[in-house]
Ligand binder design. Structure first.
Ligand SMILES: Cc1cc2nc3c(=O)[nH]c(=O)nc-3n(C[C@H](O)[C@H](O)[C@H](O)COP(=O)(O)O)c2cc1C
Length: 286
């Protein structure tokens, strides 16, 4: 996927919007969006996802009523729905490629919101005729932001503390989790790491942690596993894996834009990992 604008600026601009204006998506933007959706998007993990644009005005009123986000999303007339083929790293792959689509929408002046929990998943899956081997990990409304946000939108943002991010020193480390990576030592990688920090994540949990090797520009990506009291009651996808895919996408696109060469590798990390961390992937500088 080619971006015309700085993708770093697009990542800085993107934010979740839950209240939409009735304004129709301009034809030219819709065509470009459909192009983005039809591209075969890649990630470090590989996988197969197909995206479709579900347009409410084209549906019959009965079907429209069945589709829902439990009131979390208001006024949206269009949704991006992705079907992911089941595979061992399907959620990481989905996170990575869907975030590319979200940034493509941002470039077109359209607002979005990752929705992985508060949706009638089967109803969206029916709309795009998923097979037994496909799941719909998340969707996104897409359109123009309304001038005023709905009460539930304000509540969702407040509950997730969406405007805040964890401080740098709790996310990025050098050689081991006990040693904080200074911005100075991050050097040219400060911006790619900041792009991880601003990435969207489910409930704004920001479960990603990154360790830089001491004498190289190699970065190891981990998930910090925390069990919430309510998780056992919910049958949601494993969000931290999707979140990590999104974060990797931000890091990848930022390094590309800054001309920092590297490639993604699975390696049995040399770093000793406390039990609550799960190693996922590494970025190795060329
Ligand atoms: C995988 C994933 C699932 C999400 N699911 C929901 C959801 O079900 N409902 C919702 O209102 N927001 C959802 N969000 C949006 C997050 O709450 C939001 O990204 C986070 O609070 C950060 O805010 P920002 O996107 O404005 O930066 C989800 C985000 C991600 C990445």
């Amino acid at each position: 996927m080619q971006f015309t604008n700085s993708v770093i600026e697009l990542m800085q601009k993107r934010m979740s919007v839950r209240t939409y204006s009735p304004r129709k998506i301009e034809q030219i933007a819709k065509e470009k969006l459909k192009q983005c959706l039809s591209e075969r998007l890649s990630s470090p993990w590989g996988g197969t996802v197909r995206f479709e644009l579900v347009e409410l005005p084209k549906m019959n009123p009965k079907e429209k009523k069945r589709l829902g986000t439990y009131g979390f999303i208001q006024g949206a007339q269009n949704f991006i729905v992705g079907a992911s083929e089941k595979s061992p790293y399907d959620l990481e792959h989905f996170g990575f490629v869907m975030e590319k689509v979200i940034l493509c929408a941002t470039e077109l002046g359209l607002s979005t919101c990752w929705v992985g929990g508060t949706l009638k998943r089967n109803r969206f899956a029916d709309q795009i005729n998923t097979t037994d081997n496909e799941t719909v990990p998340a969707i996104s409304p897409i359109g123009y932001a309304a001038e005023n946000r709905s009460k539930i939108d304000k509540l969702a943002k407040w509950a997730a503390r969406s405007e805040n991010r964890r401080p740098w020193e709790t996310l990025f480390f050098e050689s081991e989790f006990k040693r904080v990576l200074s911005r100075e030592k991050a050097g040219k990688y400060e911006i790619p790491l900041e792009m991880i920090q601003i990435a969207p994540s489910a409930s704004n949990r920001q479960p990603w942690r990154v360790i830089k090797e001491i004498d190289t520009n190699n970065f190891h990506f981990f998930i910090l596993r925390k069990r919430s009291w309510y998780s056992r009651f919910l049958v949601w996808p494993d969000f931290p894996r999707m979140d990590l895919g999104i974060a990797a996408c931000h890091f990848h696109l930022a390094t590309q834009e800054l001309g920092l060469d590297g490639s993604w590798k699975f390696m049995q990390s040399k770093i000793s990992i406390p039990v609550q961390f799960q190693y996922i992937i590494s970025w190795i500088s060329n």
